[in-house]
Write a protein that binds this ligand. Structure first.
Ligand code: HEM
Length: 267
């Protein structure tokens, strides 16, 4: 089992599929992300809203931020808010997201490194990158299945069964399908179960096509919008424009316990 983790499944696949075809596949997936995100931005007009709002907020700014100050805020937002998904508070939801987020980033980067640098005739092997590919897929599964079975709001708070699927689940399900079928493909290929390995390879390719081809319909692009919104929010806080919200009252910001008053379970 551990030996499987050191194995590059793309390298064995290269015996029947030319590495250049795999490289083109990755480039095609990147193009699909770009096209899906751009069409979504045009259609939903979220970028237009975002820039109009930022322009309006600038007029309300009470302080001009220097370039150093801006860089500092952006760096801190990137490391703290974005890097640890701080908007999810402290707890399971944030931990599950961080596992899935870093797992996916690792899985994607190592897929590209394995296919472009370590697959094909005369190319060497890299146990480290093969290991990172498997670890990335496993972390994505841990975070994603945890979210899917236990943390989704409509499951954890509204008592819907875990198997109820709606359009908004396209992203998480396609992401999970990619890492699950990727792992199953690697496992069966390593164990010489050729029939099963081709089945899982086909499912792996299909789920990648759905994940990247479905960007326009899914939550995929939140990984670009969320960081943009976090940076804008923190800059607006620092320059005093507060996103055109009213200034803070004299009294301390006390809003009571709110949703923390008790677990939501009144169905
Ligand atoms: C590679 C990067 C990322 C991946 C793979 C990823 C993955 C996911 C997944 C699978 C979900 C659950 C989808 C659903 O609600 O059906 C999710 C939700 C969410 N993501 Fe991300 N995400 C990424 C980046 C980010 C970033 C950078 C932020 C914020 C700065 C962010 C904030 C959120 C929030 C707030 C939710 C809702 C969570 C909840 O309902 O518990 N994500 N993300």
């Amino acid at each position: 089992m551990v030996e499987m983790l050191n194995n590059n499944p793309f390298s064995i696949l290269a015996e029947i599929v030319p590495p250049i075809a795999m490289q083109y596949f990755i480039i095609a997936m990147i193009l699909l992300i770009a096209v899906g995100t751009i069409i979504q931005m045009i259609h939903h007009k979220n970028l237009t809203y975002f820039f109009n709002n930022a322009k309006k907020a600038k007029l309300a700014a009470t302080k001009e931020l220097g370039i150093g100050e801006k860089t500092g805020i952006i760096a801190k937002t990137t490391v703290v808010d974005i890097g640890t998904t701080s908007e999810l508070g402290f707890g399971k939801r944030r931990l599950a997201h961080v596992l899935g987020m870093y797992g996916t980033i690792l899985f994607w980067i190592s897929s590209a490194v394995l296919v472009f640098c370590y697959t094909g005739v005369g190319k060497s092997d890299s146990e480290t990158w093969s290991m990172l590919w498997h670890v990335g897929a496993i972390l994505t599964c841990l975070g994603g299945y945890w979210f899917w079975f236990f943390l989704r709001v409509d499951v954890s708070a509204e008592a819907h069964p875990w198997y109820r699927i709606i359009k908004a689940d396209l992203f998480v399900l396609a992401l999970l399908a990619c890492s699950t079928f990727g792992l199953a493909w690697s496992y069966t290929q390593f164990n010489g179960q050729m029939g099963l390995s081709y089945l899982f390879l086909t499912l792996f390719i299909a789920s990648n096509l759905i994940l990247f081809g479905g960007v326009y319909w899914s939550k995929f692009a939140h990984m670009f919008y969320k960081p943009g919104a976090a940076i804008q929010k923190n800059l607006a806080e620092a320059d005093g424009s507060r996103d055109n919200l009213p200034p803070p009252a004299d009294a301390p910001e006390q809003f009571g316990l709110g949703i923390k008053r008790e677990e939501p379970k009144h169905y």
